[in-house]
Write a protein that binds this ligand. Structure first.
Ligand SMILES: O=C(O)CCC(=O)C(=O)O
Ligand SMILES: [Fe+2]
Length: 215
């Protein structure tokens, strides 16, 4: 795909959605669970949010995105994505994110025993933005099971998972309103990443909902 094609694809989906509005579908039986090893699992619900390009555009334009820098050995390097974290008491940049968080909390509360309270947003500007292999294991998730729910907007990017300590990876393609939820021991026994791509890709926004004390 050329960059013109990528731009056209995004335009075309914006046009498609112009009449439809943004809507969250059902969760319930539409959510498919895959059991991984050592108490980890992944739920997927493709196309959970329809008409999501409108929300993508709103967030891309209105979120005060931050470019972060990180010490890496003897150098300071740019983190290859833009980020913005919304803590428990911060208002979210769009009411649709509140609706998504509440729907997810209602669906998962019986299993998780608590609600999603924080929202981490990542903006992958193109294929050269990425996140390296990691688990969201800062805080309680270092020792306890937790759920991390990810709503993906814009261009689909692969999200890979692999067991810590090695083993084949599994791959999901996430964008355009898809939902993926990592649960059980996933953050401490598995790792996930969004790899760089040399293809010319359009932008993607990932919204991660987490529970209190988990990063
Ligand atoms: O882009 C994604 O969906 C994953 C982001 C992620 O793993 C993180 O921010 O912890
Ligand atoms: Fe993560």
């Amino acid at each position: 795909m050329t960059s013109a094609d990528a731009r056209y694809a995004l335009q075309a989906s914006l046009f498609d959605d112009a009449t439809g509005g943004v809507e969250l579908g059902e969760l319930g039986p539409t959510v498919q669970r895959r059991t991984l090893t050592v108490g980890a699992w992944v739920d997927v619900r493709p196309g959970w949010m329809t008409g999501s390009e409108e929300l993508f555009t709103t967030l891309a334009d209105s979120v005060p995105w931050r470019a972060e820098r990180r010490q890496m050995y003897d150098r300071v390097v740019d983190v290859p994505r833009l980020v913005r974290f919304y803590g428990e008491n911060e208002s979210l940049p769009d009411p649709l994110l509140v609706a998504a968080r509440e729907a997810l909390s209602t669906h998962y509360q019986p299993e998780m025993g608590e609600r999603f309270v924080t929202s981490g947003l990542c903006f992958y500007r193109d294929g050269s933005d990425s996140v390296a292999w990691h688990g969201d294991d800062t805080g309680r998730s270092r020792t306890e099971d937790t759920l991390v729910a990810i709503l993906s907007l814009g261009t689909a990017r692969p999200l890979l998972l692999r067991p810590r300590g090695g083993g084949p990876s599994i791959r999901y393609s996430l964008g355009h309103g898809d939902l993926l939820v990592m649960g059980g021991s996933c953050q401490r026994t598995w790792e996930h990443c969004v790899p760089k791509s040399s293809r010319l890709l359009g932008p993607r926004i990932s919204v991660q909902f987490r529970t209190r004390g988990v990063r």
